[in-house]
Design a protein around this ligand. Structure first.
Ligand SMILES: [Fe+2]
Ligand SMILES: [Fe+2]
Length: 467
């Protein structure tokens, strides 16, 4: 590891950083020991737990848990039926006006989706405690029990890749990483945090209205929504994750020595979900204009000094405009003033669009398809769309092929070595100790991690493995 990177990590170890992005990278760094992550998670979680607002939190008593969640679930389903009725009567989409906005949403939730399930990682250490098996089961299902086509992180990565949105991390502010940092910290939290983990899980596994509407509207826009659909089915309250998350608490609570302390910690963990920017807020604050500005600012860095000096906009050449990204907004205003961009009309009438989209355009290739889709929707506004970038209709099949046929020499070597060690391990305890590091949030979606999840599942829940 380069010295500078090492120094940065050591600094992170010493203090709780203000920066959530760095914290996420810290927990996802395979070179940092689990022990160091355990220490960091505790100090970070205590700080975040201090921030939760418990005063107005609605949370049932332990004996009312199931009834309360069933009632919440019913309210959500009824609200969804109202939404469907409104749409059937000709009402507009409520979340995504266009594909560009859907892309903005998928980008902004990406930090969280890249660690899907992470808050439950520590559960796999308790494989020999049956009381916690429901928690482990949820985690293993988040990992797709080792199948790339069912692993939630693999599925989301693949979705973004197919859409051309895999450079999402270039466009996001630190606040979008807060929930991801919390989830990772819970995943590395010591045993004393189990009630908080269960409380967090309890909220996270319930069916939210935004998931149902997102699933519906993404599919309507022609975007593969199977990742979202999967969370409607696998998290169901009858026998899915929502059901298990309640069972888990009921079972564990009865054995906890100090019931009141357990209940308070459970509630606090539940409340951790309110920190940071959630899906509903992201949807409410979608702003394609700002998003396009970010894309253009990023391009400005590589675009300056590349243009000739023939085109002048308001006394400045393109190179001069692009020389500092802060000028991008003003530059756009002049582009619109000189009708290079005609907002609210067919983008084909905009010279800027033809330059970036036409194969013979002088800027063709500067923006990938996803970026062009976003820019197209930004220019046209309410003008009907005639351009579609979507070419990812066979996502699941493609992912299956990629995971079946991909080959990595070094991971194959490690795989062979690890397999031999596990096969020669004297007992289940030794096998589990070998497998658990590969089930970590940074590793479980890689080849070795997927294999480890399969072996772990086979050892603990053989009935889950389909032959
Ligand atoms: Fe998930
Ligand atoms: Fe789940």
């Amino acid at each position: 590891m380069p010295t500078i990177a090492k120094e940065r990590l050591l600094k992170l170890l010493r203090e709780v950083p203000e920066n959530y992005y760095e914290l996420v990278n810290f927990f996802l760094d395979g070179d940092i020991s689990i022990e160091d992550k355990n220490i960091k998670s505790k100090s970070f979680l205590l700080r975040e737990l201090d921030k939760v607002n418990m005063k107005n939190l609605q949370f049932p008593s332990l004996d009312q848990l199931r009834t309360w969640f069933e009632q919440e679930n019913k309210v959500t389903r009824e609200a969804y039926q109202n939404y469907l009725g409104m749409r059937k009567d000709g009402g507009k989409r409520q979340y995504f006006t266009n594909t560009g906005q859907a892309f903005e949403f998928l980008t902004k939730i990406a930090p969280l989706k890249q660690v899907d399930g992470a808050w439950l990682y520590s559960a796999v250490n308790y494989w020999n405690n049956e009381d916690l098996h429901d928690l482990i089961l949820i985690y293993l299902e988040e990992l797709g029990t080792g199948k790339a086509t069912a692993n939630h992180v693999c599925l989301y990565h693949h979705l973004l890749k197919c859409l051309g949105l895999d450079e999402w991390n270039l466009y996001l502010e630190d606040e979008y990483y807060q929930q991801a940092a919390i989830q990772l910290a819970l995943g590395y939290a010591p045993a004393e945090f189990l009630p908080e983990i269960m409380g967090y899980n309890l909220e996270y596994e319930q069916l939210p209205l935004h998931l149902l509407i997102t699933n519906f509207e993404l599919a309507e826009l022609g975007i593969d929504s199977s990742y979202f659909n999967l969370h409607i089915t696998i998290d169901n309250l009858d026998n899915g994750h929502a059901d298990r998350s309640i069972k888990m608490v009921e079972k564990f609570a009865s054995k906890y020595e100090d019931q009141e302390s357990f209940y308070q910690k459970l509630k606090q963990g539940y409340a951790l979900n309110q920190l940071g920017i959630g899906s509903t807020q992201i949807i409410r604050e979608l702003n394609l204009n700002n998003f396009v500005h970010k894309i253009l600012k990023k391009k400005a860095v590589t675009g300056s000094l590349i243009h000739n000096n023939k085109c002048i906009f308001h006394y400045k050449t393109v190179n001069e405009w692009l020389s500092s990204p802060e000028q991008v907004e003003l530059f756009i205003e002049y582009l619109a003033e000189s009708e290079w961009i005609k907002f609210g009309s067919d983008p084909e009438e905009s010279r800027f669009w033809r330059l970036i989209h036409s194969e013979s355009g002088r800027m063709f290739g500067v923006f990938n398809l996803a970026e062009r889709q976003i820019i197209y929707d930004w220019i046209r506004g309410d003008f009907p769309s005639r351009f579609r970038t979507l070419s990812h209709q066979h996502t699941a099949h493609h992912l299956h092929e990629m995971s079946t046929f991909s080959f990595d020499y070094f991971s194959q070597l490690e795989h062979d070595k690890r397999q031999s060690i596990i096969n020669h391990s004297p007992d289940i305890s030794c096998k589990m100790a070998q497998l658990i590091p590969y089930l970590a949030p940074h590793a479980h979606h890689q080849k070795m991690g997927l294999w480890s999840a399969q072996v772990y599942t086979t050892l603990l829940f053989p009935h889950l493995i389909q032959l």
